[in-house]
Design a protein around this ligand. Structure first.
Ligand SMILES: [Zn+2]
Length: 307
């Protein structure tokens, strides 16, 4: 455990002390409580948000990058395979060395890029995300080995924190229990940009990692907390798909509540999940079936109700 980790964790367990900060070697200050990979040749789609802030999409994953005169902060570095292309894209924007990485959650499509970009960086996550990236896990029927030590989170926030030393303050807040038990969101206050990882999948039924603390029922609560916590005019960057507005988030929450309600009502009648899937209780919600199917979604709801 590094000295930095120790201090952050100590703060995490107690109250956040205003103005408390931690000095890192790079001059960065952190304070607070603390599928399938695309081909390596994937082309970066770069959405410039401001003079020092951009969203880079490689394959199906959105990576957010904030850079100063020499140091770079990255949220969700994506796949290992696209790590070199991500590094090139960051260089092309004028960014230097990646000094800070923030993981919205543990899934490999968001974190494996740390094998390429993580060496020497402060890698920040929630505590569950750090735990799951530090030992072997199962995900969607596949083994996911632990990340090598250099690529693992080395600092954790239990609830919230902020990072200074870049062109704008970066606020981090943990909202666990929706997509996974370790989800966090990252807010670039000056730019009004909110990065939410996989809490919401744009315009489609979500994947919920029930085996790692995710729940469709908690997901609706998490989305409401996010709506209540940030300004109504923020631009929202999900891990996959188009940018969203707060109105989109509200509509998404309504979809979750309605579909979870239908499946729970059918379960309460004593019907089996298989029967609910067969009789297609979500047939009116077909348009949300893009990546994950209605039956997948019914399965996630059923699995979390049983827990
Ligand atoms: Zn995910």
């Amino acid at each position: 455990m590094t000295r930095a980790k120790k201090i952050i964790s100590g703060i995490c367990g107690t109250a956040l002390l205003a103005g408390m900060s931690l000095s890192l070697p790079a001059g960065i200050f952190i304070s607070g409580s603390a599928g399938q990979a695309p081909a390596a040749a994937a082309k970066a789609d770069i959405e410039k948000i401001g003079p020092n802030l951009a969203v880079i999409r490689l394959g199906d994953v959105a990576t957010t990058v904030l850079w100063g005169a020499s140091d770079v902060l990255v949220v969700d570095p994506g796949y290992e395979e696209t790590g070199p292309a991500l590094r090139e894209a960051i260089r092309g924007l004028g960014g230097g060395v990646v000094k800070t990485i923030i993981d919205t959650h543990w899934h490999f499509d968001h974190t494996d890029g740390q094998k390429i970009l993580g060496r020497g960086a402060a890698i920040i996550s929630s505590e569950p995300t750090q735990k799951w990236l530090s030992s072997g896990q199962r995900l969607l029927g596949n083994d996911r080995p632990a990340l090598p030590a250099l690529a693992r989170p080395n600092m954790t926030f239990a609830e919230s924190g902020s990072i200074q030393g870049y062109p704008e303050t970066v606020d981090v807040r943990v909202f666990p229990g929706g997509h996974t038990g370790g989800d966090l969101v990252v807010y670039f206050k000056k730019s009004k940009l909110l990065v939410i990882g996989d809490v919401v999948f744009s315009d489609m039924f979500p994947f919920v990692d029930v085996a790692h603390g995710g729940s469709p029922i908690v997901l609706a609560e998490v989305i409401q907390k996010i709506i209540d916590s940030y300004p109504s005019d923020v631009r929202i960057i999900p891990g996959h798909g188009r940018d969203l507005s707060m109105a989109d988030l509200k509509a998404y929450r309504s979809m979750i509540l309605a579909t979870v309600g239908l499946v729970r009502a059918a379960l309460a009648e004593g019907r089996s999940l298989e029967d609910i899937q067969k009789t297609d209780v979500l047939k009116d919600w077909k348009s949300w079936e893009r990546g994950f199917t209605r039956n997948d979604w019914i399965g996630y709801i059923g699995a979390s109700v049983k827990k």
